[in-house]
Design a protein around this ligand. Structure first.
Ligand code: 5GP
Length: 190
């Protein structure tokens, strides 16, 4: 998506070979007009797939995910990060270990909001190693719902996330794909 690439080039900050900061429009301050366009782009791509809900992992995927849900006319599920397992039979939980952050959390979803009839589109801000998205897929499958695909705003294509998700039989749709990062360098994939 050209508009997103321009925004990344003008406001993104490559901090190292691994980390891109997009705090001015996505992760800290949020550009609502851009989010609306991202949501429309995801909705255009995944329309006619029988999607009943959009899901995202709290918290930085919420803005584009909400706009996608709005464009598709379906509810948004926020998969919550709990520090530890909660013994409550009305919850689905799965552990996610973040290599990026060096920590673990329990991804959590109430049974109340999902059923085997649901076909869920997962939306997130970044795809890096694919751990968060894999946790979201596992959680949705635990609830016997099906996964319609994964939409990410920014894919770091030099990291293994895309392959990891494709291996699970899930389509990955990225609005911007970054091939190379370095201090003050951002290169897009073709
Ligand atoms: P994963 O490695 O599981 O694919 O990424 C986990 C999460 O880490 C993403 O959902 C995103 O919130 C965060 N993340 C990964 N790489 C970056 C990055 O380069 N910049 C920012 N701001 N967040 C990232």
């Amino acid at each position: 998506m050209e508009l997103l690439k321009e925004k990344i080039l003008s406001e993104g900050q490559a901090q190292s070979e691994d980390i891109l900061k997009v705090d001015s429009f996505l992760n800290h301050q949020v550009d609502p007009g851009l989010m609306r366009q991202l949501g429309q782009a995801f909705a255009d791509h995944f329309k006619d797939r029988g999607i009943t809900k959009v899901a995202t992992i709290e918290s930085s995927g919420i803005s584009p995910a909400l706009m996608t849900a709005d464009a598709l006319g379906v509810p948004l599920l926020i998969l919550k990060k709990q520090p530890s397992k909660i013994l409550n039979k009305n919850l689905y939980q799965t552990q996610v270990t973040s290599f990026t952050k060096g920590s673990s959390y329990e991804l959590t979803l109430s049974e109340q909001f999902i059923s085997q009839k649901d076909h869920v589109l997962i939306i997130d801000d970044f795809l890096a190693n694919g751990e968060a998205a894999t946790g979201a897929i596992r959680l949705i499958r635990l609830s016997h719902a099906t996964v319609a695909g994964l939409g990410v705003v920014i894919e770091k294509s030099f990291q293994p996330g895309r392959e990891k998700i494709l291996e699970q039989g899930i389509e990955v749709y990225a609005l911007a794909r970054i091939q190379k990062l370095d201090k003050d360098l951002i290169e897009f994939a073709e």
